[in-house]
Design a protein around this ligand. Structure first.
Ligand code: SAM
Length: 493
């Protein structure tokens, strides 16, 4: 049986696509290799959102030429956004590649590999499924407990035209999945043991049911062009899958943070008290040039409404520094926004020119060292906010969804030798000490926060949680072990 290995770069969408590729390949009779060196088929699932991510692929393929020469039948597959962006060109530029497959063509991968095995020429398949969108569905195996957390795609593509962003080009226009299908997939995952679902989409909160099966959500306005059916979908999932512990989503666009979504957060206990809401800049001038279609004041008002509706809710964000024409004043406005909103997490990026984007018309005029200095300053600000937030939690009691053993997850190990790790309802990472003998995987447990690390919390089970956990049947006594999260070479974003 041929063995495969998948290396993933980039965002959660890519992580999710990789999980589906695992399933597609396994169903076609492939087995997972212990690592790339043991594999017959190596899949690189790529990201092209920034130039650096694309360069990573090119250097990886360069290294693979030697790996391929060791055995003639070895096959290299390039999937994901670089595959979609470059298509056939990749085959011409890099002779080591045998198959190029776009995100919408993943189900065709076994067939393409079969052709190559029979001596077919290198092939590129990068066609958007515009007429009949296909969504890859997780198929949890009945013999293994599902992962504690899982992604479910609700839409793909993007109709925004942010001037810096290549996503509309690599993922195509917006296509939505029927709410019935979404609910059925979530129900199946929860039945298999999953506790937390993250709804995925490029602009996840622009969701509309293609079959018109959702009632209008409370607070939804018929006249607001930014209104969507996302809040209605959240309400339907909460009602139809009562066993779900947490329902997250990524990544939303601030434009669709409408009153109906705020109300859903206020009323649905399943929505955790944390939202990642990309802002990109705190300067109106830059936001306009980025074609973000909201002002700083609108962003602040919308996120403030959310925080007022859900006390204690935290926000994190994405920010680009060094966008063409960004002045010191513009950047100062970004820093002041970070302080004003009080983000508790931040992904910061240096602007990177991408093919096919409107911003190519603007000169990339912020020097590299200035971009670097701004990014460092931005991180300084956000680290200080996070540190103050985390130390403020010391001594409090929190509910943590346990996602895995620390050593498996490569987490930040505290001095006390934490064994389990997971996330609080607000998404802070928590390492749980002194509970190694208990099977906590997939449990929502009560912990008290003992210390704050730089990016995480060190926690201990409360006495009540310890007593409750002791009553639980052990993972090795009758129920299959829950799968740990797949290991990926993540690139952020
Ligand atoms: N839905 C998100 C939004 O509202 O913008 C887009 C997610 S994007 C895949 C992840 C992040 O990468 C963006 O939020 C942005 O901060 C960053 N990014 C995208 N294009 C970029 C570019 N050309 N240069 C630098 N960073 C970029």
């Amino acid at each position: 049986m041929p063995r495969y290995s998948i290396t993933t770069f980039g965002c959660q969408m890519n992580v999710h696509d990789s999980e589906r590729m695992h399933e597609v390949l396994r169903r076609a009779g492939y087995t997972e290799a212990g690592g790339p060196e043991e594999a017959d088929v190596l899949v690189l699932n790529t990201c092209s959102v920034r130039e650096k991510a694309e360069q990573k692929l090119r250097s990886e393929v360069g290294r693979l030429a030697r790996w391929k020469r060791e055995r003639a039948e070895r096959v290299v597959v390039v999937a994901g956004c670089v595959a979609q962006q470059e298509g056939e060109r990749l085959l011409k530029q890099m002779r080591a590649i045998d198959v190029v497959v776009g995100p919408d063509n993943i189900p065709e991968l076994p067939g393409l590999l079969g052709d190559v095995a029979l001596g077919g020429l290198p092939v590129a398949r990068t066609v958007f499924d515009l007429d009949a969108p296909r969504f890859l569905v997780a198929s949890p195996s009945p013999s293994t407990r599902a992962a504690a957390t899982a992604f479910v795609t609700i839409m793909k593509g993007c109709d925004e035209r942010c001037s810096f962003c290549i996503v509309p080009y690599t993922r195509g226009p917006e296509r939505y999945r029927a709410s019935d299908e979404i609910v059925a997939e979530i129900a199946a995952l929860v039945a298999a043991g999953t506790r937390e679902i993250t709804l995925l989409g490029q602009t996840v909160n622009s969701y509309r049911d293609p079959l018109g099966a959702l009632p209008r959500a409370p607070g939804a306005s018929a006249d607001d062009p930014d209104e969507s059916e996302f809040a209605a979908l959240l309400r339907r999932i909460a009602a139809d899958v009562p066993g779900l512990a947490r329902l997250r989503y990524t990544s939303p666009h601030p434009r669709h943070l409408t009153p109906s979504l705020v109300l859903a957060h206020a009323e649905l206990a399943v929505l955790p008290r944390h939202v990642h809401m990309p802002v990109q800049s705190g300067s109106d001038r830059v936001l306009r040039r980025m074609i973000r279609r909201y002002t700083r004041a609108e962003y602040v008002a919308r996120t403030r409404a959310l925080v007022e509706a859900v006390p204690g809710l935290t926000l994190s964000t994405d920010i680009i520094v060094g966008f063409p024409g960004e002045t010191e004043d513009d950047f100062a406005a970004t820093l002041s926004l970070v302080r004003e909103v009080g983000f508790k997490g931040l992904f910061g990026f240096k602007y990177s020119r991408r093919p096919h984007t409107p911003a190519l018309k603007l000169p990339d005029d912020v020097p590299e060292d200035v971009k670097g200095a701004r990014l460092a300053r931005l991180f300084e600000e956000s680290e200080a906010l996070l540190a103050a937030h985390l130390s403020g939690l010391v001594g409090t009691t929190q509910e943590v969804l346990v996602e895995g053993r620390d050593k498996e997850r490569g987490g930040e190990r505290g001095a006390g030798g934490a064994l389990w790790s997971g996330r609080t309802g607000r998404h802070e990472i928590a390492h749980i000490e002194g509970a190694g003998e208990l099977d906590l995987l997939g449990e929502v447990v009560e912990v008290s926060i003992a210390r704050a690390n730089k990016h995480s919390l060190q926690a201990e089970l409360t006495e009540a949680a310890r007593a409750a956990a002791r009553q639980q049947p052990r993972g090795d006594a009758g129920r299959p072990a829950r799968r740990s999260l797949p290991v990926v070479a993540a690139g952020g974003g």
